[in-house]
Design a protein around this ligand. Structure first.
Ligand SMILES: [Fe+2]
Length: 302
């Protein structure tokens, strides 16, 4: 005979354990919903690519009356509304004294109208200077691009130096590409001694090492597209850019150097550019940008 006693079955007539189970289920459901909502927000923020305006202010004792630069790079013929009107009205609203086009306004193939319209409209706001980038150079119709830019009113600086005046301040503007040495052929003889505010406009930010030793106050660049894929906190300058390779350092922002290459005070400003997408590349946590740089006097006026 089997003497094993069967344990008495316990019935929970109060329903407390079922309540516990459904409470737990509800909790898990809310956590899952929260995680999905957070994920959606992160994805939306990551791929949000409405262009923004970035403003920098540089103080210099070489400057008497301050002036404002609009820096436009890496448009790659992206269209900002009909006839670029959204971009043009943003430039106009910034009230720049000079507009600098820092290369790759045009793409290495495809239509050029969007870039040409930008130039034709921008010259109505302020003088426009244009330095070609690698994509213009790679375009089979490179010379035609430069001719069209000039025909639309831009001054092309292709490894050339211009002596200009902005709001009464003498300014030397040197526009170059990777072949920076050829720009010295037309440099003023007393370049080093001159007290003019000296700006280098060069598409390639990594060229700053070849520039800063010559007494420039500032270099303005693009090309890096913000390092394309940025990971906040971990890789805020992006994962890769041509010229600087993996985990680049100069892809968008203001970088200050002092005492390096005999330059007491040198600023590099890199625009993340205005292209939304091209050649299958995309931006992550890296909105396109229009940059304004205000150069102002260090003297307090009372
Ligand atoms: Fe480029």
């Amino acid at each position: 005979m089997n003497n094993i006693e069967k344990a008495p079955e316990v019935f929970d007539f109060s329903g407390a354990s079922e309540n516990k189970r459904s409470k737990k289920k509800r909790k898990i459901r809310w956590i899952a919903r929260g995680l999905i909502a957070a994920l959606i927000l992160i994805i939306v923020a990551a791929f949000f690519n409405v262009a923004e305006i970035t403003e920098y202010t540089i103080v210099s004792d070489k400057i008497d009356e301050g002036f404002k630069i609009a820096l436009i790079t890496d448009l790659h013929c992206t269209s900002y509304g009909k006839e670029q009107q959204r971009l043009i009205s943003s430039i106009k609203a910034g009230k720049p004294d000079i507009i600098l086009l820092g290369g790759d306004i045009f793409h290495h193939h495809g239509e050029r109208e969007s870039g040409n319209i930008l130039i034709a409209e921008a010259v109505k706001i302020a003088p426009v200077y244009f330095v070609p980038g690698n994509h213009e150079e790679a375009n089979p119709e490179y010379l035609q691009i430069l001719e069209e830019a000039e025909a639309n009113g831009a001054i092309v600086l292709n490894n050339q130096i211009a002596e200009i005046e902005i709001n009464g301040n003498p300014v030397i503007l040197a526009g170059g590409n990777r072949d920076v040495f050829s720009m010295w052929y037309n440099a003023p003889e007393d370049f080093a001694e001159r007290d003019d505010y000296k700006i280098a406009l060069n598409h390639f930010p990594d060229m700053y090492t070849s520039i800063m030793g010559f007494g420039f106050d500032m270099m303005l660049s693009g090309h890096a597209h913000g390092g394309q894929v940025r990971i906040p906190l971990l890789f805020p300058q992006g994962l890769y850019t041509p010229g600087q390779g993996k985990f680049p350092k100069y892809t968008g922002g203001l970088y200050e150097f002092s005492g390096e290459y005999d330059n007491a005070d040198f600023k590099l400003i890199v625009s993340r550019g205005l292209s939304k997408r091209h050649s299958g590349q995309f931006r992550v946590f890296n909105r396109p940008e229009l940059v304004f740089v205000t150069v102002t006097s260090s003297v307090l006026r009372v």
